[in-house]
Design a protein around this ligand. Structure first.
Ligand code: GUN
Ligand code: FE
Length: 431
């Protein structure tokens, strides 16, 4: 049987946000890419399978990046002096214009996909640019990498630089139709996702056409929501008829489940820093996923998303790197950032909202975001087998450490950037 084996090591995961689920010197069984669970003693029925013993290494589920901009990877870690709207106009749009040229896209996307593959991320929701050829190239590269992803050709027909603005809503929609038709059945692990950049960049007519496309193909949706104050004011100006920002996606049936037309439009919205109570209620009702991107929220001075509130309400939440608003593609880094910003929110904003603890942030990075992809982010039976195996012996220490301490330290000290030994995606070894 293809992709059927057993791995042995120290397995670390979170089945729920409240606690770590740790298994020293245990076995994880993968049959046809699907986990059969974790066992202290290997059941007889699996005794004939190949066994890969990773010794003293740590084994985590793969990380899920629920929001990342591939074309912004080239300028990550630079241009951090402006807030969102000025940052887009001054740095981001000029960089994204370059993806008109396939030679540039090939080089830049090659670097991005390589980095993602080498890290702990196994799944990602990716924004490309408005350019169809470069977006298809990115999808080819992602498929070759063995990672699983949704990739979106961005729609934007107003309020961007001239070179980046599509000529009309019709042309944007027409290009999107052509792109979806070309890619929807082409790849096994790389699928299209509808990607209106955000309300400021999309005319009403374009949103109307995207609704039609979504209904025709049933594909998921990703966008940005309530990220920064300047952006939100602009949306109020552009769409005064909507009582809150999210309603302007919902009006076009691009905001999660919709009982009126009896459809479930799988949707992920990045940021939700300033969502109003009404907006949060609707996200909850519609099952919209929040992609929490703490590094980006700090770098662009956007604010702190109240993730404790969203967790307590039971919203779907994952973590995102938001390259290049965020400067690192590491989801380990996003885990520590999420904990740290929640501490600042508690101390500086509202002590009613307790800081996140490690197990909660780890959960968001694995099962939380993984739910967007199905049964993903855990070694529980029935979950797709994504694993990252790391040797933490490179992080020297004088004192004995238990497994919980080793797990937390591996994340805080960025072991994903230091010593990944192996990586599996749906049971295929890609590193
Ligand atoms: N809103 C619209 N476009 C973008 C983008 O590229 N990055 C971030 N962080 N927010 C956005
Ligand atoms: Fe973003």
């Amino acid at each position: 049987m293809k992709n059927s084996f057993v791995i042995k090591g120290h397995l670390c995961q979170t089945k729920n946000p409240k606690e770590l689920d740790l298994h020293e010197n245990s076995y994880a069984v993968c049959i046809d890419g699907i986990s059969k669970g974790i066992f202290e003693v290997l059941p007889e029925e699996y005794a004939e399978l190949p066994l890969y013993d990773y010794g003293d290494a740590l084994i985590f589920p793969g990380m899920v990046d629920l929001h990342v901009h591939a074309p912004q990877y080239a300028f990550r870690g630079m241009c951090m002096d402006l807030e969102l709207m000025e940052w887009l106009n001054s740095y981001t749009f000029p960089e994204e214009e370059k993806y008109e040229k396939l030679e540039y896209a090939e080089q830049a996307y090659g670097i991005f996909v390589d980095a993602l593959k080498k890290g702990a991320t196994t799944r990602a929701c990716i924004f490309a640019t408005r350019h169809r050829p470069a977006t298809e190239l990115l999808m080819e590269l992602m498929e070759k990498s063995g990672l699983v992803s949704y990739v979106g050709k961005v729609n934007m027909d107003r309020e961007a630089s001239e070179a980046l603005t599509e000529d009309s809503a019709d042309i944007s929609a027409y290009t999107t139709f052509g792109w979806i038709n070309a890619v929807k059945d082409k790849f096994l692990h790389t699928k299209p996702i509808l990607t209106p950049r955000f309300i400021p960049c999309c005319t009403d007519k374009l949103m109307e056409e995207l609704r039609e496309i979504q209904m025709a193909y049933g594909i998921p949706v990703q966008s940005h929501l309530s990220e920064s104050k300047g952006e939100i004011d602009f949306v109020k100006f552009l769409r005064p008829e909507n009582p809150f920002y999210g309603d302007s996606y919902n009006e076009y049936d691009l905001f999660g489940k919709n009982d009126d037309i009896d459809t479930d439009v799988k949707t992920v919205m990045a940021h939700c820093v300033w969502s109003t109570e009404e907006e949060v209620e609707l996200m909850h009702k519609n099952g919209v996923f929040v992609a929490h991107c703490p590094a980006s929220n700090m770098n662009l001075t956007s604010g702190i998303a109240p993730i404790r509130k969203y967790l307590d309400k039971g919203l779907n939440i994952g973590l995102g790197s938001d390259i290049a608003g965020g400067h690192s593609e590491s989801i380990f880094r996003a885990i520590t950032d999420a904990i740290q910003v929640s501490k600042m929110y508690f101390r500086m904003v509202d002590e009613a909202f307790k800081p996140l603890v490690f197990s909660e942030a780890f959960y968001l990075a694995t099962k939380g975001g993984g739910a967007f992809f199905g049964n993903v982010g855990s070694f529980e039976a029935g979950y797709e087998f994504d694993a990252v195996i790391m040797d933490d012996s490179v992080l020297a220490h004088p004192q004995p450490l238990n497994l919980a301490e080793r797990m937390e330290r591996a994340v805080y000290l960025g072991l994903d950037e230091k010593n990944i030994v192996a990586k599996y995606v749906i049971g295929t070894k890609i590193l």
